[in-house]
Ligand binder design. Structure first.
Ligand code: 3PG
Length: 401
């Protein structure tokens, strides 16, 4: 398959000063702030090893300002070192401290900059030429010969560090972006049906947007909704109390969109039919009328059975986002059993996003799943057929090179 953008094979690497944007946004324990799963870091190792004859500066985000997982990249640097990468960390992005450290990087070394989202301007989005005006791009690009983007997990974002550098530097894709695009293109090149989307987790606004797109293009035959996304639809449908909306940001707007989706696609949307709630620290499985406002942390066994039945009969399954509060062992059951159903499905199966991918690996069922993608939102967005922002930017760069 020929790719519409350039890769590491198309450029000279030896001795070059390379800015490498990656996605090593990991699950973090909300209390200890310790990284729970390093698979996104492991997925970058092939690219990093191939760049050992260059001077590499690594740029990445972790969480979002204000979120529990918004932490420094110091831990990530230590993990890279544990995997044999000659990495060091600088607590700066594009100030003098960072620039001096960048100028001193030697061949074979990898300098990790601080979390790019510590810079406010990084949260802007727009076309490459527009976000290239941000100071993060303007201050840094003269220090490099080449930009390599390997941040597949963030390929649906058009922030300055993701697309801005492609407007001002020769730019190519890293090995992970290349592998993900090839694998996902293969996986989606099938006429077989039914297609099932299993959608859970949080980041509701993003997920509703993608769901709207997927439904509008007629891509999916079934959408099984769990996690906070499922909760939103259950409230909208009046199945559970509105008190469960407290953890959903911008609930009123989002609920209106969920209502519209239910109105037009009720034959495609499948919602949980029972729950697992926490009472006195215990997992209690019950019907919705017995929840009594107790924290709704997982889908119940009847839901698992009904979702599993749909999954088993599917020709293609894409899954993104846990079905419940999987960080608490008792409430990881729903996600775990849905993963078992995906592993048992004979069709093409793709599991995306850090949380589900990590759980599939921990359960040792990776070899029963067609592809475990490092992308969550990026992978689901790929399904809509619309080109990912990162790919659009790399294609434009390729045309100029
Ligand atoms: C992800 O985990 O989906 C990517 O790292 C993108 O993160 P974001 O949703 O915070 O932009």
């Amino acid at each position: 398959m020929s790719l519409p953008f350039k890769t590491i094979d198309d450029v000279e690497i030896a001795g070059k000063r390379i800015l490498l944007r990656v996605d090593m946004n990991c699950s973090v324990d909300p209390e200890t702030k310790i990284i729970l799963d390093d698979s996104r870091i492991v997925a970058l190792l092939p690219t990093l090893r191939e760049l050992s004859s260059a001077k590499v500066v690594l740029m990445a985000h972790q969480g979002r300002p204000g979120s529990d997982d918004f932490i420094s990249l110091q831990q990530h640097t230590q993990i890279l070192k544990n995997y044999g990468i000659n990495a060091s960390f600088v607590d700066d992005i594009f100030g003098d401290k960072a620039k001096n450290a960048i100028r001193n990087v030697q061949v074979g070394e990898v300098l990790v900059l601080q979390n790019v989202r510590c810079f406010d301007g990084e949260l802007k989005t727009g076309p490459a030429k527009e976000v290239a005006k941000e100071s993060i791009v303007q201050e840094l690009y003269p220090l490099f010969d080449l930009f390599i983007n390997d941040a597949f997990g963030a390929a649906h974002r058009s922030q300055p560090s993701l697309v801005g550098f492609t407007a001002v530097l020769p730019s190519v894709a890293g090995r992970l972006v290349e592998k993900e695009i090839r694998t996902l293109t293969d996986a989606t090149a099938t006429d077989r049906h039914p297609w099932t989307l299993v959608l859970g987790g949080s980041k509701i606004e993003d997920k509703i947007k993608t769901l709207e797109k997927l439904l509008a293009v007629g891509r999916i035959d079934n959408a099984l909704l769990g996690g906070l996304v499922g909760t939103l639809f259950l409230i909208t449908k009046g199945k559970i109390s509105e008190s469960y909306s407290a953890s959903i940001k911008g609930f009123d707007d989002i609920a209106a969109r969920a209502k519209k989706i239910l109105g037009s696609y009720s034959d495609i949307i499948q919602l949980p039919i029972d729950a697992a709630v926490e009472k006195k620290g215990q997992r209690i499985e019950c019907d919705f009328d017995k929840m009594n406002d107790a924290p709704f942390f997982d889908i119940g066994p009847k839901t698992v059975a009904s979702f599993a039945d749909t999954i088993t009969k599917s020709a293609v399954v894409f899954a993104n986002g846990p079905m419940g509060f999987f960080e608490k062992e008792a409430f990881a059951i729903g996600t775990s059993e849905i993963l078992d159903a995906i592993a048992a499905c004979q069709g093409i199966t793709v599991v995306g996003g850090g949380h589900m991918g990590a759980m599939a690996k921990a359960k040792k069922i990776e070899d029963k799943i067609t592809h475990i993608s490092t992308g969550g939102g990026a992978t689901i967005n790929f399904l809509t057929g619309k080109k990912l922002d990162l790919i659009v930017a790399l294609e434009e760069a390729a045309r100029r090179m």
